[in-house]
Write a protein that binds this ligand. Structure first.
Ligand SMILES: [Zn+2]
Ligand SMILES: [Zn+2]
Ligand SMILES: [Zn+2]
Length: 135
């Protein structure tokens, strides 16, 4: 009986730690700025005019996702939220693979991504497929 109470407490603590450390991707759908933090960024001073219009794209994780419409690159746990693409309507996310220590740049769209291995070629914002070069 006592042991199960202790286990329950541990589970509750683990859940609390997990939800408590949730760093999220926030992007302004007006200016395209991407911020990683655990709370909604300040609304004042959007370079596109007036106040920022933040969209919560979801929890930061170890996979690279890029929108083929606006070119935004995010590190996310799962497919980011589709709403609020600065290029209009909804994002069109493509998974580029796991985050790693190797820098790759696409010579067509200029995207710089840190990847475990050569990122996926599909979904280059500059058209058809990326042309990755390891830096
Ligand atoms: Zn903004
Ligand atoms: Zn987009
Ligand atoms: Zn590209």
């Amino acid at each position: 009986m006592k042991r199960s109470v202790i286990i329950l407490c541990l589970v509750a603590l683990a859940c609390f730690a997990f939800t408590g450390s949730g760093i999220r991707n926030y992007q302004c759908k007006k200016c395209g700025t991407l911020v990683w933090q655990d709370h909604t960024p300040s609304y004042s001073g959007c370079p596109a005019g007036g106040s920022h219009s933040w969209v919560n794209l979801g929890e930061v994780g170890d996979r690279n996702y890029q929108c083929r419409k606006c070119g935004t690159l995010v590190r996310s746990k799962q497919t980011p939220s589709y709403s609020g693409c600065p290029a209009g309507n909804s994002h069109s996310w493509v998974s580029l693979g796991n985050v790693g220590n190797n820098a790759y740049q696409c010579k067509k769209c200029g995207t710089l991504v840190y990847s475990e291995r050569t990122p996926s070629y599909s979904g280059c914002p500059a058209g058809s497929s990326h042309s990755w070069k390891k830096l």
